[in-house]
Write a protein that binds this ligand. Structure first.
Ligand code: NAD
Length: 363
């Protein structure tokens, strides 16, 4: 069996790094890697050594039994694959449900890495968590590069500097990493989340938790947030506004899986913010937590810089690729037995990630 790893088209990350390639031998599989796939993450073709066979894209697409890519392959390539081939990628069917029918139409067996259940057992293959964690860290650095001031408190002969105030909205994986990073830089940090479970985690990082009463119960949502009522969101926006006016940096990460991101910072809140302050909106690709966010753009409104970027992990391609490669290897370990594909539908990880199978198409 051959596993093929492809060069990402608009992303410097790669789903196979040399150190992880060496570990695939234990699975009894051969590896094909598109030439140059690791280059932008600073993994040269030579670094992969004997563990992989380098090939051009056409050969990888033709010969691999399992094709791995971070972003789904373009339709023009998917439709050329054979039903015996397996595709592994982030298809995001919770955001783009039409992708399932499309893949069924191509008669492909597809595993979506972003559908792996958020359980303790699946943690080592959870690409959403590993990438969100990088994004949360990077969000603070991005904010710092626009912020016209320090993060830490400084007492110098030339005067004293107060610490920056950072507000984090959404304390999931990305938010918690943003909190930890801002704290390490010496900022004063407060954070809010609708999931009460987040409160303890925020407090344990030494940040203040901003609680808005009356959030809907989310215990049945598998670790995800549930959609809140308009009344709740209204109260939350008022609470955010009062704090936003004093914040130097706001990092927003609030998402509700399968729906548009909640607007927590309307335009009038931005107006009340101090000139020079910075918003980093990690929910930009699902509509944004700030009403003024423009996805993949940095804009300035009333002196406030608004960075709309949900793909900050791609700004740290080397470490992102290390984690991503490990996640993929750990997932494939559950899918391959003695060098063969083994789709064990009793396994909840496999069941969760499998979004289409040729058998279904035949029915
Ligand atoms: P996410 O990216 O879907 O959402 C980010 C955060 O936004 C969540 O914490 C969510 O509660 C919050 N949010 C939604 N609406 C909000 C609102 N109106 N105001 C404020 N915050 C709002 O979530 P995620 O970071 O991918 O993770 C969600 C949860 O799953 C976390 O609790 C995480 O710890 C858990 N998780 C568990 C595992 C595991 O056990 N293996 C793995 C990954 C994540």
């Amino acid at each position: 069996m051959k596993i093929g790893f492809l060069n990402e088209q608009d992303d410097p990350r790669v789903s196979l790094i040399p150190a992880v390639a060496a570990k695939y031998a234990a699975l009894g599989v051969a590896l094909l890697l598109e030439k140059g796939a690791g280059a932008e993450a600073f993994f040269s073709d030579e670094a992969y050594g004997e563990d992989v066979q380098l090939a051009d894209r056409g050969q990888v697409l033709r010969e691999a039994d399992i094709l791995v890519s971070i972003h789904p392959l373009p339709d023009s390539e998917l439709q050329e694959l054979s039903p015996n081939q397996v595709v592994v990628s982030e298809f995001a069917p919770f955001r783009k449900p039409e992708v399932v029918d499309k893949l069924k139409g191509y008669k492909l067996r597809a595993f979506s890495l972003d559908m792996i259940p958020r359980t303790t057992l699946a943690q080592s293959m959870d690409v959403l968590s590993s990438m969100a964690s990088i994004a949360g860290y990077r969000a603070v650095l991005e904010a710092g590069s626009y912020l016209p001031r320090y993060f830490p408190m400084l007492i110098t002969a030339a005067g004293s500097i107060r610490p920056a105030k950072v507000l984090v909205l959404g304390a999931g994986v990305a938010g918690l990493q943003a909190i930890a990073t801002a704290k390490r830089l010496g900022a004063q940090v407060e954070a809010s989340d609708t999931r009460l479970a987040a409160k303890e985690e925020v407090l344990s990082l030494g940040a203040k938790f901003v609680e808005v009463e009356g959030a809907r119960d989310d215990t049945e949502a598998g670790g995800y947030a549930v959609k809140q009522s308009e009344e709740f969101l209204e109260r939350q926006r008022a609470e955010v506004q009062a704090r936003a006016a004093k914040a130097d940096v706001i990092i927003t990460t609030a998402q509700v899986r399968g729906t548009k991101a909640p607007v927590l910072i309307p335009a009038d809140t931005v107006e009340k913010m101090q000139p020079g302050s910075v918003i980093v909106d990690l929910a930009a690709s699902t509509g944004g937590n700030c009403a003024l966010t423009r996805d993949q753009e940095v804009i300035e409104v009333h002196g406030v810089t608004i960075i709309g970027n949900s793909h900050l992990a791609a700004k740290m391609p080397q470490d992102a690729s290390i984690l991503y490669s490990n996640n993929v290897l750990n997932f494939l370990k559950t899918l391959i037995r003695e060098g063969e594909l083994h789709v064990d539908m009793e396994n909840e990880i496999i069941r969760g990630a499998l979004i289409t199978a040729p058998e279904e198409v035949a029915q």
